[in-house]
Design a protein around this ligand. Structure first.
Ligand SMILES: Nc1ncnc2c1ncn2[C@@H]1O[C@H](COP(=O)(O)OP(=O)(O)O)[C@@H](O)[C@H]1O
Ligand SMILES: [Mg+2]
Length: 250
């Protein structure tokens, strides 16, 4: 067993000929909340996609629980226990909340186990109980996010990758969503990797952190330390203000 639940070594990734990630060494420890921050377009989503097998790996390796999975198919990685919540397209809008949860568990056979997982997510997000018959598309942004997280949890992952969970949410919900993820990690022991543009809010709740620029990491260390690092201020003076303005307009 490796010390890390997830690890990449010398990873080079892109889309066809477009090289996005360069020689990346990423590590996420079991039981920890790992935060990846960085301006728009630097390769954060691409890293998560590479871990899921959804982008082209030119060279380097991806490890899950110490086992190399670089060439595994995406569904094989899901079955092995890597949960992935993409930034968009993470729920079925036309289906009811109940059916969304059912879809999430459709490859699972054990009915008791499914019932147990359903109970677990209902306890974690009690508000979803009232919405079970409603079409998922009619939920608010925050509720949708809870449903998307529930769907990943239904499959009982061993690690969860979450891409910008607060994107498009009203500012007052941002802290709630991130706190809930922290609570989830603490109550279940599930290690979580969060990509977040709301860097400060995320770092306050994280253990380990990375800053990404231009397809490489420019910082790796404790999340608290990055909070007070000049690199973070620099980032806020750049892209993040634009992002927050956009959110206010929504
Ligand atoms: N499907 C794709 N095909 C080609 N280029 C892409 C694709 N997705 C992302 N890119 C490019 O890869 C770079 C990194 O994108 P991304 O990983 O989404 O950044 P981030 O998540 O940090 O905002 C960007 O320059 C983007 O234009
Ligand atoms: Mg992204």
């Amino acid at each position: 067993m490796s010390e890390y639940i997830l690890e990449t070594k010398g990873l080079n990734v892109g889309y066809g000929p477009i090289h996005v990630i360069y020689d990346l060494d990423f590590k996420a420890k079991d039981g920890e909340v790992t935060i990846i921050v960085g301006p728009n377009g630097v390769g954060k989503t691409t890293l998560l996609k590479a871990i899921m097998g959804l982008a082209t790996v030119y060279s380097g390796e991806v490890y899950f629980e110490g086992e190399e999975i670089t060439r595994d198919k995406p569904f094989e990685r899901t079955v092995k226990g890597i949960g992935y919540m993409p930034q968009t397209g993470n729920i079925f809008s036309r289906l009811s909340v109940e059916d969304n949860l059912r879809m999430a568990a459709y490859t699972m056979k054990d009915k008791d186990f499914i019932a147990e997982k359903r109970e677990m997510v209902m306890n974690l997000f009690p508000v979803l109980k009232d919405f079970l018959p409603r079409a998922a598309g009619t939920l608010s942004g925050g509720e949708r996010q809870m449903l998307a997280e529930s769907m990943v949890l239904m499959r009982d992952p061993k690690v969860m990758l979450v891409d910008e969970p607060t994107a498009g949410l009203m500012p007052k919900l941002v802290t709630d969503v991130l706190k809930k993820l922290r609570e989830m990690a603490e109550t279940t022991g599930l290690p979580i990797v969060i990509v977040e543009q709301r860097a400060r809010r995320a770092l306050e709740l994280g253990d380990h952190a990375y800053m990404m620029r231009g397809g490489t990491f420019t910082y790796e260390g404790s999340a608290t330390e990055l909070l007070n690092h000049p690199q973070l201020t620099e980032m806020y003076l750049g892209a993040v203000e634009v992002h927050d303005l956009k959110t206010v307009r929504e």
